[in-house]
Design a protein around this ligand. Sequence first.
Ligand code: URA
Ligand code: SF4
Length: 207
Amino acid sequence: SYTAEPFVPDRGGLAALRRAAAGCRGCPLHRDATQTVFGDGKAGARVMLVGEQPGDQEDRQRKPFVGPAGKLLDRALAEAGIDPADAYVTNAVKHFKFTRAEPRKRRIHKAPSLREMTACGPWLAAELAVVEPELIVVLGATAGKALLGSSFRVTRVRGTVLEAEIHGRAERLVPTVHPSAVLRSDDREAAYQGLVSDLKVAAQALG
Ligand code: URA
Ligand code: SF4
């Protein structure tokens, strides 16, 4: 089955991981995407934010959350009092998955499958082992399922502090909605305030 495992180095810090991830062929998603989008931030960051997968802009710029969802997330983090310098930002899946309605047309985001999320898990495990965050902010259902299993329901647990064993480590997590879901919402302002209020729970848990 698909797995990133043989590509993950067993020593070295974030730079070594990023370099190795650039050559990952652990699942078929590397074929159509431009490049691997590895996490961004410092080892020792107090909080790790986990999204779904890079989008179109992230795929081009090789950096997570630089597109519209990222702009909204940055604003919400600032409003909740979380310093971006304290945050390590990454995704459950490191390659952009998309379809095109027609050749040469706009690339449309497609949700990663459970197999792809599972395949990419060793990268997230390696990031957690190096960064050792005090808290994980889970952005949306895909990240939630990747980290906490397929029974995860964001509506049930958002804005609460969970404790769970993630890749063999005892972690504290605060789930919230994905910033892209805020952008798609019929009531954007209410959805945005909901995201900020969940992030305030995370800020408080960080102390
Ligand atoms: N959405 C995500 O889940 N991650 C990104 O990096 C960008 C958009
Ligand atoms: Fe490797 Fe993850 Fe990319 Fe699949 S999505 S090729 S497992 S980095």
